[in-house]
Unconditional design. Structure first.
Length: 149
């Protein structure tokens, strides 16, 4: 019997699971940060843009995204994948793929034609992952300015 990955909208009750998962991965716990992210998501973002994956009734991954109109001079509405995380013990089981597929499907349902994300040059694993999901390097240029402290 194949076990199913269940994807649902992220809820406030998911906060402890997100904090614990990040702490297992990075060694850092940021409960205030994630609490603010969830509050922001609930306040101004469509419910379909922030998702949770469950496997065997366990929290195993999440995705924070957003949608916006006329951003960066682009016509229409676009969507962004901002953050995606999968519990290391469940990687390689299609968790991230299910989260991305649900996000894409919902974006399409809302008439969105373009989805963006940003990946650091040094994160070849993430570059390869997004390429496998059908993303390609876009035409927009990333600019930044380093500020002295």
């Amino acid at each position: 019997m194949k076990r199913q990955i269940y994807v649902r909208s992220l809820e406030r009750r998911d906060l402890p699971s997100i904090v614990a998962m990040e702490e297992r991965v990075t060694g850092v716990a940021r409960p205030q940060y994630w609490e603010q992210r969830i509050e922001l998501s609930e306040a101004i973002r469509p419910h379909w843009t922030s998702l949770v994956a469950e496997f065997d009734n366990r929290f195993v991954g999440f995705l924070f995204g957003r949608a916006g109109e006329l951003e960066f001079g682009l016509p229409g509405t676009i969507a962004w994948v901002e953050t995606i995380g999968v519990d290391p013990a469940y990687r390689g089981r299609g968790i991230a793929r299910e989260l991305i597929e649900e996000f894409i499907s919902s974006a399409e349902d809302h008439g969105i034609k373009t989805i963006f994300t940003l990946v650091s040059n040094g994160q070849t694993d993430m570059q390869n992952y997004f390429s496998r999901q059908g993303f390609a390097q876009g035409k927009m240029l990333h600019y930044q300015k380093e500020l002295s402290s």
